[in-house]
Ligand binder design. Structure first.
Ligand code: DX5
Ligand code: ZN
Length: 225
């Protein structure tokens, strides 16, 4: 039986009360906190950095801090995000000159490491680094903004990555989580899970709703069907 994780993206939270938003969404049943770092260079938007992560970390308790770096370059920021409280750090291979080195830096800083694939990023980027991955994050929108619509072609890509992970594990490799990010809602989470995802980022679906617990409960009910 698959264990599913829901990782709300605080990109859609009320930034004026970020600590309370994190406490509330965890009390509502979220598993992780998804922290979207945008640099107005790799993506055309600007969010927050390690100082904000450090400030909100106490509100997350023991919940895993899932840091999604949409920055270029990557390596120079890894140690400060690790020191600020990141537990998982993912980055886009297009933004790193040396992907294997970036993965090693993340692991060396004591964090779990993952690669993020945009809708048009080929799966060939996974070659030769599968042994170093704790997670593969598939973008189901183009990165940069919350509130976009799920790109349905991603479903087939999820199936391909699921098959790749399963083959890797069957050959004696370590487990690798498969997270999907962008446009995840109550009404599509079941088919995203059926395609092979086990970890779900949801920003606007949760934070734009009046009651976070209702949304998360409804997502879990969909995952149980
Ligand atoms: C987009 C971010 C996502 C985004 C998801 O670049 O990586 O995490 O916040 O937001 P929703 O769930 O609203 O699509
Ligand atoms: Zn994200």
């Amino acid at each position: 039986m698959t264990t599913y994780r829901i990782s709300p993206s605080i990109l859609s939270a009320d930034f004026a009360k970020l600590g309370a938003e994190i406490s509330d969404v965890l009390a509502a049943g979220a598993d992780w906190i998804h922290f979207d770092v945008m640099d107005n260079h790799y993506v055309p938007n600007l969010t927050f950095g390690p100082m904000i992560l450090e400030a909100i970390k106490p509100y997350a308790g023991s919940a895993l801090m899932d840091v999604h770096l949409m920055v270029e370059p990557v390596d120079s920021l890894i140690s400060s995000f690790a020191a600020a409280g990141a537990n998982m750090i993912t980055f886009h291979p297009e933004a790193s000159r040396h992907v294997d080195r970036s993965l090693s830096l993340i692991k060396g800083a004591g964090c779990k490491a993952g690669l993020v694939l945009n809708p048009a990023t080929p799966l060939s980027v996974l070659g030769h680094v599968m042994d170093k991955l704790d997670m593969i994050l598939l973008m189901s929108v183009n990165p940069g903004f919350g509130g976009q619509s799920f790109i349905s072609e991603t479903l087939n890509k999820i199936k391909l990555v699921r098959a790749r992970i399963d083959a890797h594990v069957a050959a004696g490799g370590q487990p690798i989580l498969l997270e999907v990010d962008g446009g995840v809602k109550v009404d599509n989470i079941a088919e995203i899970a059926a395609a092979g995802a086990d970890t779900f980022v949801a920003g606007s679906a949760i934070f734009n709703a009046p009651d976070y617990k209702t949304v998360i409960d409804n997502m879990r009910a969909e995952l149980a069907t």
